[in-house]
Design a protein around this ligand. Structure first.
Ligand code: 4AD
Ligand code: MG
Length: 477
């Protein structure tokens, strides 16, 4: 708009004495004098001083919470506390009224559940505003990290015919009229008549395609939407989430762990450096929330303190077998505090992961070499004949943020495993070809982007770190 200046620019340059025009949404209008605006250009607000006698009563009444206004006036040094500069309003124009009697949001504390039901407005609140700024920053940092380290961004397909993880948690993609699905003579669905002439689904992982890329470009990463039709209503699961999957030729499981640790630390450092205001706000928010909680329910550290703590320490690295051993020897197990028994061969439950991270080591832990039976077909078989070179990175509060592995590069071993697990070889002929022609040792992992955003922002529920969460029964907005 002609003559308009972004608030971020005014705060940075502070052109005292000049005439400025700003546009933004009303955060508050205290005593009909102090009008606080935010235009999204930065987390901070701008204060506008209004001499109400100079303005029309009708207009003043419409300057309500979250209304949108344009203000022209002189920029001056502020006499009040809390801001360096303010604007003395000369003209105020209402761009968009926001009638308080009908608007669902209110200038007071609202629950996260309530805000989720108003996902089209919730980004206007300080909390969600801060979260989505940090989310953006982390996404940018993902690309920057990989670009600076010689990786290539590979766009893996969203529609695919394979189930990379073999868990069968897929959303079908079809153009069939579901009321009249074509059938073969045998009465089966006739996929030949569907759009792709075969059954297809939304991707659960871009890994298999990333492996194709790694065996040509050396180091690649994917960063895209990922879909899982798992019916889990937890604070850690979404049906649509974003995953970052680096894949590297010539990396073994140890190189893979080194990269994972370096990468997530880089993301945390980036957020601390570039989003101090947002993180300070989110830190304070958690403190306020925990004020009335019993001490044992409160987090042991503040948000920023926790982020700095993670940066300052090497992640603990243990094997799955060691983890089971530690868990079985723990007081928590002996006193019957676990709901699930930690037993070799069974997957680690969230409570076990939290014990390792929050009680035993008190820092992030990387667990590797899991039993082959509980992991996907593509993981490299270890010499013990029982485990595979898998790795999970476990974080405080969140649990698993990363899952990865060294890949099985030996054709015969991979085929044997696929047969055992019932993974169709004929469909994955191209994946097997990577082992037939110019194969090499390689590794990779997947970082759940929302879980990472959750950790950095301290948000308790994954639904509050993605703009429009998709969960069982929820696809509004
Ligand atoms: O451990 P997962 O299933 O690993 C893979 O998909 C591998 N193909 C990755 C690879 O090696 N390239 O998923 C990786 C991460 C998990 O650690 C978790 O952070 C996240 O993706 N994740 C989810 N995040 C939100 N909602 C869900 N339903 C998720 N499922 C997995
Ligand atoms: Mg996993």
């Amino acid at each position: 708009m002609p003559g308009r200046t972004e608030i971020v620019k005014l705060l940075a340059e502070q052109p005292i004495g000049s005439e400025v025009k700003v546009m933004g949404w009303v955060r508050s209008f205290r005593a009909r004098r102090f009008l606080v605006l935010n235009d999204g250009s930065c987390f901070q607000n701008l204060q506008v001083v209004v001499d109400f006698e100079r303005f029309d009563e009708e207009l003043l009444r419409k300057i309500q919470f979250h209304a949108c206004v344009a203000v022209t006036g002189k920029l001056v040094e502020s006499e009040g506390k809390g801001q360096d500069i303010e604007v003395l309003a000369e003209q105020i124009e209402l761009l968009g009224a926001c009638p308080a009697d009908a608007y669902p949001l209110q200038p007071k504390r609202m629950t996260m559940e309530f805000l989720r039901e108003n996902a089209h407005f919730r980004m206007r609140t300080n909390t969600l505003n801060a979260v989505f700024r940090v989310r953006h920053g982390l996404a940018y940092a993902v690309h920057k990290y990989f670009h600076d380290n010689g990786f290539y961004y590979l766009h893996s397909p969203i529609i695919t015919a394979s189930d990379a993880e073999g868990a069968g948690e897929m959303f079908h993609v079809t153009t069939f009229d579901l009321a009249h699905v074509p059938k073969t003579e045998e009465g089966e669905v006739d996929w030949k008549q569907d759009f792709f002439h075969r059954p297809t689904n939304l991707t659960v992982s871009g890994q298999l395609e990333a492996e194709v890329g790694a065996l040509a470009l050396g180091k690649v990463y994917t960063f895209g939407p990922t879909f899982r039709a798992e019916n889990s209503n937890t604070t850690r699961h979404l049906a649509e989430f974003w995953m970052i999957e680096p894949e590297m030729a010539f990396f073994d499981i140890h190189d893979n762990q080194d990269l994972a640790e370096d990468f997530v630390k880089y993301l945390i450092r980036f957020a601390l450096e570039h989003y101090p205001d947002e993180l300070a706000f989110l830190d304070q928010r958690i403190r306020n929330e925990e004020k009335n909680m019993p001490k044992e329910k409160r987090r042991p550290m503040g948000l920023i303190e926790m982020l700095e703590f993670v940066l300052a320490h090497d992640f603990e690295r243990i094997t799955y077998t060691e983890a089971i051993d530690i868990l079985r020897k723990s007081k928590d197990f002996k006193k019957g505090r676990f709901q699930f028994e930690p037993a070799w061969g069974a997957d680690l439950q969230a409570e076990h992961e939290r014990y390792l991270v929050e009680k035993k080591f008190r820092k992030p832990v990387i667990v590797r070499d899991y039993p082959a039976e509980i992991k996907a077909f593509y993981m490299r078989q270890n010499d013990d004949g029982k485990t595979v070179a898998a790795m999970d990175v476990l974080f405080p509060y969140i649990g698993e943020v990363i899952g990865g592995s060294q890949r099985e590069e030996r054709l015969d071993r991979l085929q044997a495993r696929m047969r055992q697990m019932g993974v169709p070889e004929e469909e994955l002929w191209w994946y097997l070809d990577l082992r037939r022609f110019g194969g090499c040792p390689h590794s990779g992992f997947g970082l759940g982007f929302e879980r990472m955003v959750q950790f950095v922002t301290g948000m308790g529920n994954i639904r509050d770190v993605i703009p429009f969460p998709r969960t069982p029964g929820n696809a509004e907005f």
